[in-house]
Design a protein around this ligand. Structure first.
Ligand SMILES: Nc1ncnc2c1ncn2[C@@H]1O[C@H](COP(=O)(O)OP(=O)(O)OP(=O)(O)O)[C@@H](O)[C@H]1O
Ligand SMILES: [Mg+2]
Length: 408
């Protein structure tokens, strides 16, 4: 007898919590943490029906890792695998990073043939790319039927597909997203094709598909506070660092493991240098990108315009004094295009997990990592772009003290 879904999910979650995952810029691994709710949502909601869906979220939040451990875990737990089969096509800029096809009961020969059809070539151009990907989905459906595996849910993760097609233009995603539901319906197979992206522009394009596609966007956020602190502690032990200010790191990194890795491997835990090089300079460069000779002569004028607009929005939306709240900024100043911010609301959106209640996360927009919020807040408070690392740390402390005061 096959155990009910909840029991199988619990087994899967226990299994993946035993895994260690590679840290991209370091030579060691850390335990895979948290994501219970995300895994439950994935199996009960995303994979609850056939069609296409979109998982998007901040850069380095852990989307690819989640897909990876799910594919590995279900494969190692034969019981869940009886109902699911996976193709994890992990792309990168112009290359295929990894292709895993896990469909039990198929011979290596057939798997290898399938691998060949999924071996997409970026040089095909946008039309060639969408035809080849559509064809791969079609061949997959045919194989599943031919070998009598059509009682299973076939899951195709098109992971980091935005990075792969960036050069071709994101419209190609719309073409693919429009074509796939027809193939699934015509073939009559149970299949869910999941587009996974971190670029807001790509998420917007995929989400443009017509109602017949019925695409639902799912937001995956950075790790929650407790799990993030566990990762910090594990990394600090492994790097032999004794004291780490986890409060401060939560306030700067907000659960983003990729950025934590950068801080540790490139900056040897030196928060101040990281703040200057990766955050202050970056935000200043994004603001600079808004300079156009007709409206803004210099970067301080760009900031002025943000403050002017933000004050009005903060007042209109009842947000209180304008401090750079994401819902008052609304992705202005090229913040979405440059991955400073991300939308937390899209048409039909569902949340794989609740978002943290923090000043850098709004109901319509959020900063991808909190450090961007604090830098902008310090700039707004001072009325100039030239802020120092100490200004930022002071802004964080003052705000923390004020909110402690409020809760007394
Ligand atoms: N649940 C987790 N526990 C511990 N570490 C994690 C977890 N999820 C991801 N990581 C680590 O965080 C880093 C970033 O993860 P990942 O590449 O999956 O993010 P992503 O959202 O796919 O990024 P991108 O937006 O660039 O595609 C990786 O080094 C990964 O090992
Ligand atoms: Mg990824």
């Amino acid at each position: 007898m096959i155990a009910p879904l909840q029991e199988r999910l619990k087994a899967l979650i226990d299994k993946v919590h035993g895994y260690e995952v590679r840290l991209e810029e370091m030579e060691f691994t850390v335990h895979f943490r948290d994501r219970e709710r995300e895994i439950e949502m994935l199996f009960t909601d995303v994979l609850g029906s056939r069609g296409i869906s979109l998982i998007y979220g901040p850069r380095g939040a852990g989307k690819s890792t989640l897909a990876e451990v799910i594919v590995r875990g279900t494969n190692e737990l034969g019981k869940i695998n009886r109902n699911y089969a996976f193709v994890h096509l992990h792309l990168d800029e112009g290359i295929i990073k990894e292709l895993k096809i896990q469909i039990p009961n198929l011979s290596d020969d057939v798997i290898n043939q399938l691998k060949n059809v999924f071996n997409l070539d970026i040089n095909l151009g946008p039309i060639g790319f969408s035809i080849k990907l559509g064809n791969a989905i079609y061949v997959l459906a045919e194989v599943v039927k031919r070998y009598g595996l059509d009682d299973r849910m076939i899951v195709v993760f098109l992971d980091d597909v935005d990075k792969y097609v960036k050069r071709l233009g994101y419209d190609v995603l719309e073409a693919v997203a429009n074509a796939i539901p027809d193939i699934i319906r015509r073939e009559g197979v149970k299949m869910q094709v999941v587009f996974m992206v971190s670029d807001q522009a790509a998420a917007d394009v995929v989400n443009k598909v017509g109602p017949k596609g019925g695409l639902t966007p799912y937001l995956l956020w950075n790790l929650p506070r407790r799990a993030f602190e566990e990762v910090i502690n594990e990394i600090s032990e492994k790097t032999g660092v004794e004291y780490v200010d986890t409060d401060l790191l939560w306030n700067l990194l907000g659960g983003n493991v990729r950025e934590l890795e950068k801080l540790v491997s490139r900056y040897r835990w030196d928060v101040k240098t990281w703040l200057q090089d990766e955050v202050i300079n970056f935000i200043r460069d994004v603001l600079k990108a808004n300079i156009d000779l007709r409206t803004f002569k210099d970067v301080n004028e760009v900031l002025e315009a943000i403050i002017e607009k933000g004050r009005v929005a903060a007042r209109d939306y009842g947000l209180g004094e304008f401090t750079g709240q994401p819902d008052a900024i609304e992705g202005a100043a090229k913040f979405l295009e440059n991955n400073v911010m991300i939308k937390t609301r899209m048409r039909g959106i569902k949340y794989l997990f609740e978002l943290p209640r923090e000043p850098w996360v709004g109901s319509d927009f959020a900063y991808q990592i909190p450090a961007y919020y604090w830098v902008l807040r310090a700039m707004i408070e001072q009325g100039r772009v030239g802020v120092s690392v100490n200004d930022i740390l002071r802004t964080i402390n003052t705000s923390a003290n004020a909110s402690r005061g409020n809760s007394l």
